[in-house]
Each structure stands twice: as C-alpha cells, then as structure tokens.
Write a protein that binds this ligand. Structure first.
Ligand SMILES: *Cc1c(COP(=O)(O)O)cnc(C)c1O
Length: 567
C-alpha cells in the first residue's frame, strides 16, 4: 500500500550553474540562464521540483575591460546570507580520501500563484574542512581539472545525500542538466546496491528509470572528461569500482557517457541538436526538447505592460502570445522605441559611445568564444563601412565574457575593440563590459536586430534570440540551433547560409559573411528605414510566432510529458 504520509513525490533538477537573479553571480551563461528559467516555469506550473547547485560564493567573475579590450577577471563575492536561508542539512562526501562536510543554503523561487520551488546551494566552506576543500564551492568553472572534478563530486554525490538529509525521500526523477551532475547516478546506484546487495543489473535498471539527462553541446570535445588517474585519486574506491564495472571510462572518465549509460531518457535541446547528438552517440536513444526562455523574465517592462493590456492571460499562458497578432503596429513601434531609448542611454552612460537612438542598432551578446564568431561582422570591414554609408546609419553593440582560460575568446574581444576604433565614425561599435542577466534584457529588448553567427553545427540551441523575440526583435542568424526551427525567411528574421546545407564542422566564414552583408543591404536596412510599418509587422510576427513557442512554459510541459512521465 502507498504511504500517504511520506514526503511528496519530487523531481530534482541538478545544474552546475543556475541564474537565480541578476545580483547572484552563480551562473556564467546560457546553461545557467536556462536552468533558472526552467525552475521559474516549474514554479508557475506548480510542479513539485527542487533545484540543486553549488553556492559559488565568489561567483563566476566580474569582467573589467581596459582601453584595448583586454579582459581582467575579478572575484564576484556576494553577501550570501542576504539572499539565502541557511538549512540545517549537512552531509559528508569523500574526496581524495578526505571526508568533506557539505551544508546547504536555500533560495525560494516564488511564482505569481504563490507556488514555490526551492533551490539548494551546496557549500563546503565549513569550519573543520581541509582548507582546499573549503574553496571548492567558491568559483564556478574556476581552477584546474582536479578542482572541477571535486566540484562535480559535491554536486552529484553531495546533492543526492543532501536531498536525503533534508527529507526528500521520494525523489522520482533526477534530472541532470548537462554532464556535470552525472555522478548523482553513481550515488543512486550505490543506494540501490545497498538496498538489494549483489543485484547489479536490477540496480542499474532502477537508476535508469529515475534519471533524465539533457546534453547541451554538439562538440565531442565539449563534453566534460577527466584523466583516469585523476578520477581514481578523487573518487572513493566504491565509486571507482562502480565506474569501471559500468564501462564508462575507457581512456578517460567521460561524464556524458556516465549520464548516457544511467539515464532512460536523454535529450538534446533543439531538433537539430538531437540529430547531431544521435550521430555522436549512435548506441543511445536520444530525443529532443527545444529550449525556451522564461517569458516574463525576458520581456522588458514596457512590453509587459503592452501584453497585459492586449493579452491579459499571457503571463499564465505563454501560448497566448500568439494573439500579439492583434496588437496595433504603432503600439509595438512605440514600445520598442521606449525599450531602445533605455538601451541607448545605458550604452552612452556606460561606455560613452555616442549612440544615436534613431540609428539602426544591431545587438550581439553571448559568451566570447571562437565558435560563436563575434568577429564575423568584421570579415570585410570596408564592405561594412560601405553598407553603413549607403543604407545606414548603422551601430552595433556587443557584450560577452570570455572564460578566464579561453585566450582565443579574449582575443576576440580585443578584435572587436580594434574594429570599433577603425570604423568610427562610419559605423559606431560599443562593447559593454560584464554581460549579465540585466544587460541581457536591456540588449535583447532595445536592439533593432539580434545577430547570431555561430559556426554550424556548434550551437546546440542558443537562447538570446528567443529573448529578443519576446520583445519583438527579429533575428539575423545562421541556420543552427533554435533558428533551424524557424521556417520562413523574412517573417521573423533573416537567415545566413542555405537551408539545404548539411551539418558539417567546416568553417565557411567567407560565404557566411557575404550572406550576412547581403541580407543587411538588400533586405534589412532598406525595410527598416523605408517602411517602418512593414518592419513593425515583422516585429509582431516575431512575438506571435516565436515568443509563443520558444518559452520555458512549453518546454517544461514537454519535459513532463516525455521525460518525467512514468516509465
Ligand atoms: C541568455 C543569456 C546567455 C545565453 O545566450 P546564447 O544566445 O544562448 O548564447 C548568456 N549570458 C547571459 C547573461 C544571458 O542572459
């Protein structure tokens, strides 16, 4: 018989980073924003969910840029107890043979209805722990491989034990947001073996039934892996033996393999990414659930007001953003103009760029790293200058952090600074430092066009263009990630590269740049400057077709239907 007095059934969502709110630097980019948006929508849908992550007491980092665009990283410490409630949960994990005490803080995500989703933030900066272990929950993606693997033990193994310590005895699904959390499956396997000693196969089946794995990168090298001797040194003897027995580590401990082996439901984050993942891991069944963004979070205040007036239930039911088709065009233009003014003022205040609120403004903000090609726009600077002279004015705003060890990414920021100086005053370029959620909203709402130029098929999804869509901002994007699911040219944006091109890892910078320039001069700038109402129509289609679909409310509902259902 069912014990109705036991704790309620829960879904535990594990993520190395979660963007809870702008003032908490516990995220680095898209993965963390997605996790936060997922949990916000889960709260709204009153799903019994709990988030698990690390505290990241010193954040990812604060980005400072000098006059040449050199990136300097500073710790981003934050006053933990002002934002989080301490819990009385503690647990121990074994790391390199040491017993490490873990405690947890709680952050509550509260929906409009009052429904709550708690998030547990694990913390090893505890008196009595070894000095090294005390630093393990300080920096997101900081340190070396050893530091990272130790963090993953805390997240995966510590996370499961913390849930148990806090009374979560009936967690029916454990969702790994990327491979960083894969060691949770190993801990569940140990729990099962303890319950039914010697029954390895049924223990594995049991674990698989509980686990859901979402992979986020189509790059083989992007998957988290560790040298075997490091893994053997960090993990406990039982964990090491279990890994060997599961056959998850041949030349390295690959966290994606661990998660794939121990999950019954695996998905990529767009249809295209699902396809690419199936070719990377042909032995596994891999589905896809297309990403989204949390609609209210990523809609600028002025657009929230507009939707409240015309689509009263849009906050509760994001699908009804399709009724944006009934909003008058001049109201959309007016709202966008206000959002744009806010952005232009902010740009001019922050970096003294003398941006003009009547000039066509392109936005580009994402992690500064090679495959995202933030420099594609500067492939032929003379052509860009000519386009601005003939069809402009044209100004471009950039933002994005490079990972502290990504020298190529840092060089790209400098390259943007360089071209900013070269092209002035023909094309104005601004780079805003310290990209974060707040800046993300300002940029995606205030730009006239959102530019997305990753090298296909490297971008699993991308989400900033979905934020732009919530504010009626069309995209100019290569055909990759989420944009592959936007079928019609010229309606909610424009496409760089052809549709019949099969995914390959070949760089086609020249071809793509020519296409980018051609779309700007033939389609985009003439429409924007000559025909504001037809431009506004494109904005309205962008809201109705893209925001109504690319949101986390729809996404969470798909997870419920496909990933969390009984199986
Ligand atoms: C949305 C967002 C991202 C992710 O954008 P992509 O288009 O997926 O690269 C990264 N950082 C911040 C601060 C964001 O708000």
């Amino acid at each position: 018989m069912r014990d109705e007095t036991a704790s309620p059934q829960t879904i535990a969502y594990f993520s190395m980073e979660v963007a809870l709110e702008n003032r908490l630097p516990t995220y680095s980019g898209g993965l963390g924003v997605l996790a936060g948006d997922m949990l916000r929508s889960a709260a709204e849908l009153e799903l019994p969910m709990v988030g698990v992550t690390l505290l990241h007491r010193k954040g990812y980092f604060f980005q400072r840029l000098d006059g040449d665009g050199h990136q300097h990283e500073e710790p981003a410490a934050w006053p933990v107890s002002e934002f989080l409630l301490p819990t009385n949960g503690t647990c121990q994990v074994e790391i390199e043979g040491r017993q490490v005490t873990v405690r947890a803080w709680r952050y509550l995500i509260t929906a409009m209805s009052g429904a709550e989703v708690p998030v547990l933030l694990l913390d090893t900066d505890v008196l009595g722990n070894d000095p090294y272990d005390r630093t393990l929950t300080h920096y997101l993606y900081g340190g070396d491989e050893r530091y990272r693997l130790c963090q993953e033990v805390i997240l995966g193994v510590g996370g499961v034990r913390m849930l148990r310590a806090l009374g979560y005895t009936r967690v029916v699904r454990f969702h790994m947001n990327e491979g960083h959390a894969a060691l949770l499956a190993l801990e569940l396997f140990a729990e099962e073996l303890k319950r039914t000693p010697g029954q390895r196969d049924s223990a594995i089946d049991q674990v698989k039934r509980m686990c859901v794995f979402t992979t986020h990168t189509p790059l083989p090298a992007g998957h988290d892996q560790f040298p075997l001797d490091l893994a053997q040194g960090v993990l406990s003897a039982e964990q090491w033996d279990a890994l060997r027995a599961l056959g998850c580590c041949d030349q390295a401990l690959n966290m994606t393999f661990v998660a794939l082996h121990l999950s019954d439901y695996v998905n990529g984050v767009t249809k295209r990414h699902g396809e690419v993942s199936r070719t990377l891991f042909p032995d596994h069944r891999i589905g896809s659930i297309t990403n989204g963004v949390h609609s209210v979070t990523w809609t600028a205040p002025v657009f929230r007001k507009l939707y409240d007036r015309h689509i009263p239930d849009w906050r509760k039911n994001n699908f009804s953003l399709r009724y944006a088709l009934g909003i008058p065009l001049d109201a959309i233009l007016q709202a966008h103009h206000e959002a744009k003014q806010v952005l232009i003022r902010e740009i001019n205040n922050r970096v003294n760029a003398a941006f003009d609120e009547n000039a066509f403004t392109v936005g580009f903000a994402r992690r500064a790293t090679a495959y995202k090609r933030p420099d594609l726009l500067f492939h032929n600077p003379d052509r860009l200058r000519r386009i601005a002279a003939q069809h402009g004015p044209l100004q471009v705003v950039f933002a994005g952090k490079a990972h502290p060890r990504d020298e190529e990414g840092k060089a790209l920021i400098q390259k943007i600074f360089h071209w900013g100086k070269e092209l002035r005053p023909d094309v104005k370029i601004a780079f805003l430092p310290n990209y974060d959620m707040e800046l993300g909203l300002l940029l995606t709402a205030g730009a006239d066009l959102w530019l997305n130029t990753p090298q296909p098929p490297h971008e699993a999804s991308g989400t900033s263009g979905m934020k732009a869509a919530h504010n009626g901002v069309p995209s100019l994007s290569v055909l990759d990630g989420w944009w592959s699911e936007v079928p019609v040219e010229g309606v909610t944006g424009w496409t760089i590269g052809s549709r019949d091109r099969s995914p390959s890892f070949e760089r086609r910078d020249d071809e793509d740049a020519q296409d980018l320039y051609r779309k700007l001069e033939e389609s985009i700038l003439p429409l924007y400057y000559a025909d504001p109402l037809r431009w506004a129509e494109r904005m309205r289609f962008t809201i109705a077709l893209n925001a109504s679909f690319f949101n986390t409310q729809r996404m969470v509902q798909e997870y419920v239907t496909h990933a969390y259902r009984d199986r």
